[in-house]
Design a protein around this ligand. Sequence first.
Ligand SMILES: Cc1ncc(COP(=O)(O)O)c(C=O)c1O
Length: 434
Amino acid sequence: MSGNTSEIKGLGTAHPDWYAPGLEHIWLPYAQMKTASPPLAVVGTQGSRIRLADGRELIDGIASWWTACHGYNHPHIRAAVERQLEQMPHVMFGGMVHEPALTLARRLCALMAPADLDRVFFSDSGSVAVEVALKMAVQYWRNRGIRGRNRIVAFTGGYHGDTTGAMAVSDPEGSFHVAFRGLLPEQIIVDLPVDEATTAAFEAALAHRADEVAAIIVEPLVQGASGMRFHNADVLKTLRAIADRYEILLIFDEIFTGFGRTGAMFAFQEAGVVPDILTLSKALTGGTLPLAATIARRNVFEAFWSDDPASALMHGPTFMANPLACAAANASLDLFAREPRIDQVAKIAAALRAGLEPCRKHHGVKDVRVKGAIGAVELEGIADVNALRQRFIAKGVFIRPFGNIVYLTPAFTIGDDDLARLTGAICRVVAEGC
Ligand SMILES: Cc1ncc(COP(=O)(O)O)c(C=O)c1O
């Protein structure tokens, strides 16, 4: 029977009683449901470990899509969420505010120093934070009485999420979004200005269309989901200079890079380049609850400050600024303030370099690169990504290769031995051949 997940290959019987009956009704992300390996039944998480229903424990190499920066189940975040749950799990944010959200907004803006990024709009996922940033940029020009600036400039190799607007500013050739080309608004996608030729091409693309452009959006320093590609501060300085020359807003999507992942608290601070709008999510709540933020500079916010109701930002997710999520985020910021997270990232970077560098000598390895707590091995190709994922699981680690990339983005609190087991597993698998 087609579509019957009990036919998923390898689905054994050693599963809890909720597994097979529920699996019949679930649709998993980025998965060909017919051929994907059966998903792991998870019953618990702790630190950098994932406990499975069959009793196995896996070392987590990617911290739940880069969110769980303090490790799973941190008692300080748990306690904060439990306290908030007692008091008020949720209240709408239209016409009302609450302490966890206002405290969080104030703290986030303080962390943005020296930038005057000082107005926070909360939402509930990274993609939506990007949608809000794009809408802010387009409406900014409209509110200033300048019509026709509706397009966004974005970059090959970029990824900004799976909603329509976010897909339209992601790499059009990326395997995530190819099927939706007809649906997406046309944006201007160019190569990052990494050298003279690409900078000239970038300027040429802008020169005759600048008056159509509302903003440039980029993942600063690391293009994550489309291949863990790194660039440098000079690229971002070029973007800032060109944005200023043509009076275009600059959006940094720090949903992946924010909160220490690249080695600084925020990539824009490492680069010394201030964007006009910045997006955050993922590690914002330490990987515990969905929350995102779009943060605007003062001059952006001022374009919405008016007696005209039509100048207001027309966006408002139902679960905006959910108090539980804001409490978790405040607790996560406490941990950044009192524990040596950025030092831990530097140590992880050194361990990733030492641990992954031996891969370079193996057949089929194109590149090994590390930035902060991101380690990537780029291969010539991966014959069967599903099979590769299973080989890692068989070695007791959870690592999720995609495209031609095998990567690690562990929790910043991971122990040395666990990290060594992760890099060791990658070296062994690469040596055996992918
Ligand atoms: C840079 C960047 N922007 C946006 C997103 C989308 O975030 P979400 O999956 O929470 O919608 C991601 C997710 O990987 C991302 O890496």
